[in-house]
Design a protein around this ligand. Sequence first.
Ligand code: TUI
Length: 321
Amino acid sequence: MNVQLNNPIFEKLGMTYPIIQGGMAWAGTGHLAGSVSEAGGLGIIGTGYWHADQVRAEIKRAREVTDRPFGVNVMLMSRHIREVFDVIIEEGVKVVATGAGDPSPYLDELHEHGITVMPVVPSVGLAQMMEKKGVDAVIAEGSESGGHIGSLATMTLVPQVVDAVNIPVIAAGGIADGRGAAAAVMLGASGIQMGTRFLASEESEIHQNFKDAVLKARDIDTVVTGELMGNRARVLKTKMAKKYIKNERVEVTKPKPDAAAVEKLENGSLRRAVVDGDKENGAFMAGQIAGMVNDIEPVSEILENTWSQASELLNKTWRTK
Ligand code: TUI
């Protein structure tokens, strides 16, 4: 029997599995997110630096595959967030996840429209601040994750956040199977999020080169860029990523580029990885668990396999004799 976690938010959303698909910029398309929701998890469209019209188009694509609720992730460093929030509200999206910043200025407005808000937090302090502002849950994301990250690992972050807040905590970072999911539940999480595992799914629309790179990656094949610039992002260790890190020591002494230039660079390098599969110039964001992701499966099997394995482990642990 699959374990049922006590999570009122997931119950309200009618989810079969307590599993969220992380909102990956460019990779978290409407088709992937819709497919995850349709299969009983919660899919999240990753909007990154997208403009409103791109976001609206992906919301419509999600609705082509599901009538169930899905979420949209808003990347708060983007200059387009106001228009993205407008589209989310107009389109009647039920869940907003946020990354890379503080969503509290938008919280009341989102709640007025009945939207559940779950920010990603990399630390206890931010989790507490978010709870105080009134968010519905937090996604505690460890530095094993792909993309933009904080500095604490999932193993240390999750139990500390669980102890510090009284709202549901969803664990993210380094989870790609039932063992990781069960471990997160043991740390006190009332849900899990996976990103990298869903990159390697049948419904994932990333370029085949990106899928192949995830399948091929070993445990040590990711690196963190942006360490010196205070903008840490985990990517697969390509030639370009290594060159980028080397150049950072020089770049850090130069004046900081403006927001438009940062957007062009970051949005461009992600698009080149996800859409073009450009191994020379793309930023292939993926988590440390990529080493364990060795096959492409339909999202329905990823969800069922992950949660039935986790349930078996949790049932075993909880059995008393
Ligand atoms: O946001 C993510 N992951 C992302 S965003 C993204 S788009 C991008 N592309 C290229 C380079 C940089 C970004 C790719 N991956 N994860 C959630 C996350 N949020 N991780 C860390 C945080 C975070 C950091 C600081 C959340 C809040 C925060 O608050 C700081 C403050 O005080 O505003």
